[in-house]
Ligand binder design. Structure first.
Ligand code: AGP
Length: 609
């Protein structure tokens, strides 16, 4: 996720662009850049590594005359955070400039073709190829060139483009990444989100997928990919700035819960080739290495640890590799016996968690290869690990991990499949079925998010309770742990996650009508056993809230409330079953008046022991 912003009008662009970027900074802050074009086609561009403060400091004494420009605040996906990789990017001759938010999936192929045709690149980004594609198509009409260029792109994008030859024209386009047009008086704004220009206009036009907008002087023109004109009237925004920053959601956490289908899809996007084969690079893709693997040791904390627990089932069943999953703060001091045939996978959203970093260093000292699975590009862990795999969830502002958790599952599923393929543990047929199901998960996530009313009602009914028990078996056991963690961290309710089969060995003593039990009970290989556990709970008078499959009418008979999720293959159910648990925790916390984005005593990144 990045923030893009563009302006054309009758005022000096520089300050307006900086103001807009400030409002988009939450979308990414590892580098920033701006480009302004003067009336005679002169341009000034400045890009920096780091956040907006650094850009502003550099710009403080610089004159940038011009009434049109584009700006960007970056959350790295392709290419490390650096000045070179910061936007705006240009074509070979610095005639046109592009800012982009999204991921171009066919970037490698397009880049190869452009190289063959003599283009030279100055960055590692997918964005730069867009500038070169527009350059090839440009014959005096930027709007047409952008349209022709984006027809070649696969993946997601929102772009804003300016050209020195048309120093009043701003062209923008989108597919699956947000883009909104601000309509001023003889001035226009394009941005990733409304807050960028809300103090300057409340009139907006939302661009739809595969639409291109061209603004210049008093004119606005929207077309589709075939150049057919589209009529669209501006709407009036009534939200305040705070709501606008959250795209209209009440909290960042809620916004991030709803971003999960997109984050999951983006995380898969750069890991599969167009032919559906896995294309991830690193020492772990070497056949001899993967064949010699003795075991995988996963180290992580909190929610990332739960993602690791889920992935154990995938690595063991699909790749037939033994897996241990360790809490990093324990692992680092345990003097664990490691060998060079082990592989450490360190999972961390931030890439800065002190205990996980220390575990990476322990592993390195024992000469064990390390893969870091990280969301924040350029974070410390990415510099210390032997290989890095990224989730592409974008910045997560809410302290409670949500979209990064499901994105971790996406990345780990790909890696488990990859190992399964290399180790010949998966037939072609089985691989095909799993890969297809994996790519179908974002659509199913959207289905879960389309029906959240029953979750809110359930929260209303049980929000007064002071203790909750979360139960699951098999792949749903770590989901139960995550459900309990979400509830306790944002609502301050005591909640425990337990493997349902263990309940009889202690926790059952806690149960009575005041202790709701949340049971993750999808139609899987352990379904009957789970239903028996639910019957035991009911017999003790505790209310049961089930997270159950859509095609399971019988579960109503043994549960007080049923929250439905669509069916998928057993090992891929967690990204679906966890969503009702995130939303249950969210609604209960809101009813209890808690600050869900910044829960008490917690920090987003724990950089101390
Ligand atoms: C989860 O909601 C918490 N924010 C916390 O448990 C978090 O997952 C943990 O601190 C690990 O952080 P990391 O993924 O950045 O390493």
């Amino acid at each position: 996720m990045c923030g893009i912003f563009g302006y054309t009008g009758n005022r000096e662009a520089k300050e307006i662009l900086l103001h807009g970027l400030r409002r988009l900074e939450y979308r990414g802050y590892d580098s920033a850049g701006i480009c302004v074009i003067g009336e005679n086609g002169d341009f000034k561009r400045l890009r920096v590594r780091g956040n907006l403060d650094i850009l502003e400091n550099h710009l403080a004494n610089q004159v940038m005359p011009g009434k049109i420009g584009i700006a960007h605040t970056r959350w790295a996906t392709h290419g490390a955070p650096s000045e070179q990789n910061a936007h705006p990017h240009s074509d070979c001759h610095e005639n046109l400039f592009v800012v982009h938010n999204g991921i171009i999936e066919n970037f490698s192929q397009l880049r190869g073709e452009l190289l063959e045709r003599g283009h030279e690149f100055s960055s590692e980004t997918d964005t730069e190829i867009i500038a070169h594609l527009i350059e090839e198509k440009y014959e005096g009409d930027l709007s047409v060139a952008v349209r022709e260029a984006i027809r070649q792109l696969e993946g997601s994008f929102a772009i804003a483009v300016v050209h020195r030859g048309e120093p009043e024209t701003l062209v923008a386009a989108r597919r699956e990444s947000p883009l909104v047009i601000g309509v001023g008086t003889d001035e226009w704004f394009v941005a990733s989100a409304v807050p960028a220009f809300l103090s300057m206009t409340r009139k907006v036009i939302f661009l739809e997928d595969n639409e291109i907008v061209t603004v210049c002087g008093k004119s606005l023109r929207i077309t589709d990919l075939d150049g057919v004109e589209i009529e669209r009237k501006p709407q009036e925004i009534t939200w305040d700035l705070d709501a606008a920053e959250k795209s209209g959601y009440e909290d960042f956490m809620l916004k991030e819960i709803f971003e999960q289908p997109r984050a999951f899809m983006d995380t898969l996007a750069d890991k599969f080739s167009r032919e559906g084969e896995i294309s991830i690079e690193g020492f772990f893709s070497n056949k001899d290495y993967v064949m010699s693997l003795r075991r995988i040791v996963i180290v992580a904390c909190g929610t990332s640890y739960h993602a690791g627990l889920i992935s154990r089932y995938l690595f063991e069943q699909w790749a037939k590799v033994p897996v241990e999953v360790e809490i990093a703060s324990e692992f680092r001091y345990r003097g664990a016996v490691l060998s060079e045939q082990d592989l450490i996978i360190a999972i961390s959203q931030s890439g800065e968690t002190a205990d996980t970093l220390a575990s990476v260093r322990e592993a390195k000292a024992a000469k064990v290869p390390v893969i870091a699975l990280v969301n924040v590009v350029g974070s410390q862990m990415t510099r210390e690990a032997d290989s890095v795999i990224y989730t592409h969830a974008g910045p997560e502002i809410g302290v409670a991990a949500t979209k990064t958790f499901t994105s971790q599952m996406a990345a780990l599923a790909v890696l488990a499949l990859h190992f399964g393929r290399i180790r010949d543990a998966l037939s072609d047929g089985k691989y095909g079925v799993i890969a297809e199901a994996l790519r179908g998960i974002p659509v199913l996530m959207k289905d879960v998010l389309a029906d959240i009313e029953p979750i809110a009602e359930c929260a209303q009914e049980y929000s007064h309770c002071e203790n909750f028990l979360f139960l699951g078996r098999g792949i749903s056991y770590p989901v139960a742990l995550e459900g309990a963690l979400k509830l306790k961290e944002i609502s301050y309710i005591h909640a425990e996650g337990y493997p349902a089969g263990e309940m009889k060995h202690g926790p059952i003593a806690l149960l009575d009508r005041r202790v709701p039990v949340v049971a993750v009970v999808t139609r899987d290989s352990l379904y009957e056993k789970m239903v028996s556990n639910i019957e035991e709970v009911k017999a003790r008078g505790a209310p049961v809230i089930a997270i159950a499959s859509t095609g399971d009418p019988d579960i109503e008979k043994v549960c007080d409330r049923v929250l439905r999720v669509p069916e998928t293959i057993e090992l891929l159910s967690p990204p679906l079953t966890v969503i009702p648990l995130q939303l249950l925790a969210y609604h209960i916390a809101k009813i209890r008046g808690c600050n869900v984005d910044q829960p008490r005593n917690l920090a987003k990144t724990v950089t101390v022991e």
